[in-house]
Design a protein around this ligand. Structure first.
Ligand code: PEP
Length: 248
């Protein structure tokens, strides 16, 4: 059976003081439950110090596709490894839409992460207009194909995919379990057409306004293997309840 994995995406939130309280609250509550938090770069050391030895992994929300050099403001995969990261989010819709990250750049970042031994959490998902135009599967396929073309289908054995319909991120509008399951099944079948074994083991998270109150109905779907959680990952009780729902 595939594991279920819940990862928090703190986005550009937090402070040393706020993070200390949040980490201190989730750590004992999630003892023995595999989960992850993806924190802003400056707080990686804090997450590492607080979570080392626990069942909660930590990671970043972005990385450079470059390994080193004159790239002012960028952060390499090796630097994330230096801080004990296991995961890094690539291709989040906010990176794609606000910072112009193309499918090709996302694929390069995905490969840079894997080359350093990190597990990329590859975000895919359609805009509301794309869903309304009936092209959800085409968009998700294009985003996945860019990575498969660059890194090969076998690379997905060392990755997590997060299906995040853009219209559901931070909006309070969650995809119904049926809507999410349909796209997750599409992703798995698309990968299965290339490699059945990789598809069977692929962890596909759902992201988009997941809360404690809707997590269970999403996670019970056969192709939903946990979640990528934004806003609710900043509230200890919410995040703990979501992680517990996935661990059931
Ligand atoms: C996200 O940031 O990836 C996300 C899914 O956010 P939220 O849970 O707030 O919708």
């Amino acid at each position: 059976m595939r594991k279920k994995l819940v990862a928090g995406n703190w986005k550009m939130h937090g402070s040393l003081v706020e993070n200390a309280a949040l980490l201190a609250a989730i750590k004992p509550a999630l003892q023995g439950i595999e989960a992850a938090v993806c924190v802003p770069f400056p707080y990686l050391g804090q997450a590492q110090a607080a979570l080392a030895g626990s069942s909660i992994a930590w990671g970043a929300q972005n990385l450079s596709e470059q390994t080193k050099g004159a790239f002012t403001g960028e952060v390499s995969a090796a630097m994330l490894v230096d801080f004990g990261c296991r995961y890094v989010i690539v291709g989040h819709s906010e990176r794609r839409s606000l910072y112009g990250e193309s499918d090709e750049l996302v694929a390069k970042k995905y490969m840079a992460a894997q080359a350093a031994g990190l597990t990329p959490i590859l975000c895919v998902g359609e805009l509301l207009a794309e869903r309304e135009a009936g092209v959800t599967e085409a968009v998700v396929a294009r985003q996945l194909d860019a990575v498969i073309a660059a890194a090969g289908v076998a690379s997905l054995a060392r990755a997590v995919v997060a299906y995040e319909p853009v219209w559901a991120i931070g909006t309070g509008k969650t995809a119904t379990p049926e809507q999410a399951q349909a796209v997750h099944a599409f992703i798995r079948s698309k990968v299965a057409a290339l490699d059945v074994g990789v598809a069977a083991g692929l962890v596909i998270q759902y992201g988009g306004s997941v809360k404690a109150s809707n997590a269970a109905e999403l996670f019970i779907q056969p192709d939903i293997d946990g979640g990528l959680i934004g806003g609710a990952s900043l509230v200890a009780d919410e995040f703990v309840a979501i992680c517990r729902a996935a661990a059931k």
